[in-house]
Write a protein that binds this ligand. Structure first.
Ligand code: C6P
Length: 422
């Protein structure tokens, strides 16, 4: 086929260097069938599928270089330690951190946020202090603070969103004041797709001497993150949403802050010297990594970062924007369907409800047709309360998603409507 004979959209995709059909071949699972139908995987915001490059890097590491790290002088232990620390340096470059020592490996974003609460928060928050969250936070950025509040007696303020699902900066500005010690916000809502103006929020917080923790669990997948340009104090994400393995997450923290923070878990690998009278601790990041870490998973995360870099993050972002815009148009045309989250700044997430059909029933019928979406509260009860719904169905798109899959979603919603006679 010549360029002249293929349709303009396909041609655009080929000429801009992103060929989604070729990219899909990198993900073995996408070739499988579900209930006898081709898999249409629209649940990447919950966890993304893995490219062969990640799967192979982890297998190769187990087959050739595996041993525990930071402990042995033997050959394999040194190889494994080098690979683990190289992964840390790669994550630092991925976030544009000033140095690798600002990267702490955790189990996931949830643990990263708990680390900040239990280490920085436990040391720095008390009666009379305030922290500011937003109405669209994931439970991972609410519950750790409530647990600490119960012990420490500080106050939690909540910045509201507008009807499009965007944060109301004017209202947030009024909540941030001299008592504010921390502003903890999602960079991109997992339930609405809203991308928050985090640079502006950091400016507002820093003007009041408050720190900012950014929950980048969704944003790190779709946007190029530069923690120095954002001037973020802490930034958290999980590898499994970024085409990497489960079991490993990242906490970025400015080194001076990390250096002043106490450890929050004790054990092997985080100590300098132990006696029964007294223990001294290592420097960051090791002070915060007690016990054997997720070694092979760090190798997998590094492979995922390389994979994304090879595809070209801006081509990926353009492709995802295209699929989101196309799917939004398709779903907007469906009678009785409401899209939740219509902010101008929005990532590849489409949350919706259908009048007369519960979101769980919608997801079950879609699944029968091979279309995987998430239904429920998306770990965002307060946001569901604000929207006045108990649950939504959520389609989320990734670099391997296609317009044809958006068509399949719309067709499957048609079946839902026929079954419910809507
Ligand atoms: N959201 C979703 O389907 P963990 O579970 O620690 O990897 O990530 C927690 C988390 C924190 N913040 C945001 C914005 C998130 O989206 C998530 C995970 C998944 O939306 C699972 S609930």
């Amino acid at each position: 086929m010549t360029l002249a004979t293929i349709d303009p959209i396909h041609r655009a995709r080929r000429t801009n260097g992103f060929d989604v059909e070729r990219v899909r071949e990198d993900f073995p699972i996408l070739a499988r069938k579900v209930h006898g139908k081709p898999l249409v995987y629209l649940d990447s915001a919950a966890s993304a599928q893995k490219p062969r490059a990640v799967i192979d890097a982890m297998s190769r590491f187990y087959e050739e270089d595996y041993a525990n790290i930071h402990r042995g002088v033997h050959f394999l232990s040194q190889r494994a330690t080098d690979a683990f620390e190289a992964a840390r340096a790669k994550v630092a470059r991925f976030l544009n951190a000033a140095k690798a020592d600002e990267i702490i490996f955790t189990r996931n974003a949830t643990e990263s946020i708990n680390l900040v609460a239990q280490s920085w928060g436990r040391k720095n928050l008390g009666p009379g202090d305030e922290i500011v969250l937003t109405e669209l936070e994931h439970h991972a950025n609410i519950v750790p603070w409530q647990m600490l509040r119960a012990e420490k007696g500080f106050e939690i303020k909540v910045a509201p969103i507008d009807d499009t699902g965007q944060i109301r900066l004017d209202a947030m500005a009024k909540l941030i004041g001299p008592r504010t010690r921390l502003v903890a916000v999602s960079h991109m809502s997992n339930a609405l797709g809203t991308i928050l103006p985090v640079r502006e929020i950091v400016r507002m917080a820093h003007a009041n001497d408050a720190l900012v923790l950014i929950d980048g669990c969704q944003a790190a997948v779709h946007k190029q993150i530069d923690v120095q340009a954002l001037d973020a104090d802490f930034y958290a994400f999980s590898a499994h949403k970024l085409y990497g393995p489960t079991g490993i997450g990242v906490l970025y923290g400015k080194y001076a802050l990390l250096d002043a923070m106490p450890p929050y878990q004790g054990g092997g690998d985080m100590i300098d010297r132990v006696t029964f009278a007294r223990t001294t601790f290592k420097e960051p990041p090791h002070r915060f990594e007690a016990g054997t870490p997720a070694i092979t998973e760090a190798i997998g995360l590094a492979a995922a970062i390389d994979y994304l870099a090879e595809l070209g993050p801006s081509l990926v972002a353009d492709h995802e924007d295209d699929v989101l815009a196309y799917a939004t148009e398709k779903l907007t045309a469906i009678d009785g369907l409401t899209i939740h989250g219509t902010a101008a700044e929005k990532g590849a997430i489409l949350s919706f409800t259908i009048a007369g059909a519960h979101a769980h029933d919608v997801a079950t019928i879609l699944d029968q047709q091979g279309v995987a979406v998430r239904a429920g509260h998306h770990c965002a009860h307060p946001l569901m309360d604000r929207l006045g719904v108990t649950a939504t169905a959520r389609a989320s798109f990734a670099l391997y998603s296609t317009r044809a899959e958006a068509d399949a979603l719309a067709d499957a919603i048609g079946t839902v409507k026929r079954i419910f006679k809507l």
